[in-house]
Design a protein around this ligand. Structure first.
Ligand code: NAD
Length: 411
């Protein structure tokens, strides 16, 4: 062992002295300087030698080379709600994962949880980057050997998209183009794309099949539909394997309580129904406002199809496994079962054990009465069907995480 903490046993007599404005250097001291320089040089040479002999010197990181038997998946938006759950599942299934996220909406805390669960080298890396920065994205693709991309990263609030549409077209449509171009330039062969039932708009016929015409009615749905179109047009002349998954309303969290949904507090007003229920149960907001009780549904409130996040990420893994070069698969990911807002609120009351105050108000413009998936195609082609279909149980799992993470991942 080399000891770098040399003790100072000599008196400091050999230091340079100032003589009438001139520096006078004692020759003895000069030779001690030369000695020190020689010592430093030989130490540096020694360190370089040791480093060169180490097995990792000059070896590119495992993330930068393809390895037979290992699928390396780039998960954009992997610090977010659905993306982090997908990363957990991929790591459990022995995939190698790179997360790219700009943390604009996601949580570094979620990444830390995942790193804690999978600390082994070469399993998970996190890259902080904005997908709007094409140069940065290209650098990431040139330095890493991805086999597939799961593109989750997006801003994803219908209400916000009507207030700030350009942000949505930029973040969703334009960034998807950046990702796709990088994939094409670097020969990445598989894309699993996060789309949404909002691309269908307000169809006349329920349930919604993949053949239902897409006529989105808000910038969020339109931006996602444009991104889908770009992917499909590109695919016509490419051998890429593409899977487009159109999710319905996502709820729940990891049944083992390791991850949850922790949106930014400032996004609360745009939030989704489960977040609002939990906020009401925690007393953060005074109660719930149910908008519209005169829809043509059994109890007059809107009907939605709620899909548990655990089922959703299972659909992604099945899509990844079944993706075929040169082919496109487009699938609805829902349960096929609709629940009214009133039913949802009752389930939430039971799941939380809190008597939530509910105000019934007039309709909100832009809401549609019923949105329901026909999940036949995904069952037939990917052998996927929702397993976590007990609404109250899904909410109970999510509530447990919420209660133990009152400040989200900062708790
Ligand atoms: N949550 C739902 O109910 C739902 C329904 C349908 C579709 N989706 C889609 O699922 C995907 C994930 O949604 P979520 O609910 O997990 O949202 P989220 O906000 O929790 O996660 C999105 C992640 O993307 C990151 N991100 C956003 N813009 C980025 C950029 N320019 N560069 C890098 N990272 C960026 C955010 O920081 C965040 O971590 C989105 O594409 C969304 O449109 C969600």
């Amino acid at each position: 062992m080399l000891n770098f903490n040399r003790s100072r046993s000599q008196a400091r007599t050999n230091r340079s002295m100032s003589l009438g404005g001139m520096d006078f250097v004692d020759p003895k001291k000069k030779s001690s300087y030369v000695g020190k320089i020689l010592l430093a040089a030989s130490l540096t040479a020694f360190c370089i030698l040791v480093l060169k002999q180490s097995p990792t010197f000059n070896t590119p990181s495992a993330f930068s080379r393809h390895e037979p038997g290992i699928t390396h998946v780039l998960v954009t938006g992997g610090a977010g709600y659905i993306g982090s759950h997908a990363v957990l599942r991929l790591l459990k299934d022995s995939y190698r994962v790179t997360i790219v996220d700009n943390l604009s909406r996601g949580n570094l805390g979620a990444v830390k949880v995942l790193q804690g669960l999978f600390p082994e080298p070469n399993r998970l890396q996190f890259i902080y980057a904005d997908l709007g920065d094409a140069k940065a994205v290209n650098k990431i693709f040139s330095e890493n050997a991805f086999d597939a991309v799961m593109h989750f990263a997006a801003v994803a609030y219908v209400g916000e998209s009507t207030l700030d549409p350009l942000r949505y077209y930029h973040n969703i449509t334009s960034n998807t183009l950046v990702v796709l171009e990088a994939m094409a330039a670097h020969g990445v062969g598989t894309l699993i794309y996060s789309s949404t039932c909002a691309t269908y708009g307000e169809p006349e016929k329920m349930p919604i099949t993949e053949e239902t015409p897409q006529v989105p009615i808000n910038p969020y749905g339109k931006a996602k539909k444009m991104a889908e179109d770009i992917i499909l047009d590109f695919h016509t002349n490419s051998n890429m394997a593409v899977m487009i998954l159109r999710y319905f309303n996502v709820i729940g969290s990891d049944p083992e309580g390791r991850l949850g949904e922790a949106p930014r507090p400032e996004l609360r007003e745009h939030g989704r129904i489960s977040g609002a229920c939990f906020d009401a149960a925690r007393g953060i907001i005074p109660g719930l406002k149910v908008r519209g009780t005169d829809y043509k549904t059994a109890d007059g409130t809107c009907i939605r199809d709620y899909i548990d996040v655990t089922d959703l990420v299972d659909a992604h893994v099945k899509a990844l496994e079944k993706a075929m070069p040169g082919k496109v698969g487009i699938y609805n990911v829902g349960t096929g079962r609709g629940r009214s807002v009133k039913e949802f609120v009752e389930a939430c009351k039971k799941a939380t054990g809190v008597t939530i105050k509910v105000d019934f108000l007039d309709r909100r413009p832009g809401d549609y009465a019923e949105v329901l998936a026909d999940p036949t195609k995904i069952l037939r082609e990917l052998n996927w069907t929702a397993q976590y279909t007990n609404l109250q149980e899904s909410l109970q799992v999510a509530w447990r995480w919420q209660k133990s993470h009152l400040n989200g991942y900062n708790s």
